[in-house]
Ligand binder design. Structure first.
Ligand code: ADP
Ligand code: TRP
Length: 335
């Protein structure tokens, strides 16, 4: 059976949290295990440069996100795992794609529209603070996808538009040259896992500063769990699990039976201290081993570099011939 090529990019932007683990990392690792898929996962460091323009931070966060996926079990023997910046063919292809991308596509892309909407609301000029990197973000993303002949791009809902743009640009090029220069990708929507609430009850998100980072040291993790917002229901009184942030986080870590059992404990009157202790213990069960692996990896940057560079060599076994095929199709060729 021919393998489908699945590709996804992971932006290194801030310390990964329990919401990222449950919403993106676990589903990504499950997909990579599928026997009918060849997975290409990469750290989108050049995409991060559109926003993260601090040298030390970019270096650190790139290692951080790579170490996180490896610590949770990504097997670099099975998944082609690399840094975007180690695959130069992506950037050459991005230029070619840009020459076939109507400017209007970019005007409609989400990230750019969000920036102009914010500016308009703030009474600023529409394009204030918008660099060309942000503006053409979807072109680079299209190059990421098309350079490995990806069939499937597992993404969250917010990224579907970008995959459609990639498909559209590829179609234009194929049509213009009457050649199958580029393989048309499709998206696959990541199974919608529950949104994990943060410490304050809103969606757990770096931008709200309400996260449980995956790899806090044990003591700090416990302290952070104890800070989760609760109401003032006295210890022995029944509690409605559905109104509780502690339960909202905890349930995301449990299967259906365990979730039911936990809900029953809430209804029969567990104290908030007790409920938080249970959540802390559950988190420790999930995170203790990966944390140890993560710390080992972060203390061994040469090993991380070696893993990512070896992944890039494998990616280039595909990206070099794909770029050659495209160059030939468009007439960047020697006779
Ligand atoms: P943040 O909101 O912290 O900036 P990102 O937007 O970088 O997080 O998220 C990366 C991926 O992690 C998202 O595509 C989404 O699938 C997942 N994710 C983020 N926050 C949550 C959450 N609270 N619950 C479930 N999944 C989440
Ligand atoms: N834009 C994606 C995000 O913000 C990250 C990304 C970059 C990506 N290149 C990609 C995702 C290619 C899928 C395919 O999350």
């Amino acid at each position: 059976m021919a393998h489908k090529v699945a590709l996804t990019g992971i932006k290194p932007t801030g310390t990964p949290h329990v919401g990222n683990y449950l919403g993106a990392i676990l589903p990504g690792l499950e997909l990579a295990e599928r026997a009918d898929c060849k997975a290409y996962y990469f750290v989108a460091d050049y995409h991060a440069l559109t926003g993260a323009q601090d040298r030390e931070r970019l270096i650190h966060e790139t290692y951080e996100v790579a170490a996180t996926w490896l610590a949770f079990g990504l097997d670099p023997e099975k998944v082609v795992f690399y840094r975007q910046s180690d695959v130069p063919e992506i950037f050459e292809l991005a230029w070619i794609l840009a020459c076939f991308t109507p400017k209007g596509f970019m005007n409609k892309a989400h990230a750019y529209k969000a920036a102009t909407d914010r500016n308009r609301d703030a009474g600023e000029p529409e394009d204030a603070g918008v660099g060309m990197g942000l503006y053409t973000y979807p072109v680079l993303m299209a190059a990421d996808i098309l350079i490995v002949d990806a069939d499937l791009v597992p993404v969250g809902k917010d990224q579907v538009q970008h995959v459609e743009i990639a498909r559209d640009i590829a179609q234009r090029i194929n049509h213009h040259y009457g050649a199958d220069a580029l393989r048309l990708p499709g998206h696959s929507l990541r199974a919608q896992t529950a949104i994990v609430p943060g410490l304050d009850g809103r969606k757990m998100s770096k931008s709200y500063g309400n996260t449980l980072p995956c790899f806090l040291p044990t003591k700090k993790l416990r302290k952070t769990v104890m800070r989760i917002k609760t109401d003032s229901t006295p210890p022995e009184e029944p509690k409605n699990p559905d109104d509780s942030v502690v339960f909202g986080i905890h349930r995301a870590l449990l299967d259906a039976d365990a979730e039911k059992a936990l809900a029953a404990e809430y209804r029969s009157g567990i104290s908030w201290g007790g409920a938080k202790q249970l959540l802390f213990e559950e988190l420790e069960r999930h995170l203790a081993e990966p944390r140890a692996r993560y710390e080992e990896l972060m203390a061994n940057k040469p090993l991380l570099d070696e893993i990512l560079e070896s992944g890039a060599s494998k990616a280039r076994e595909v990206s070099v011939p794909v770029l050659a095929r495209v160059r030939d199709a468009i007439g960047i060729a020697r006779r």
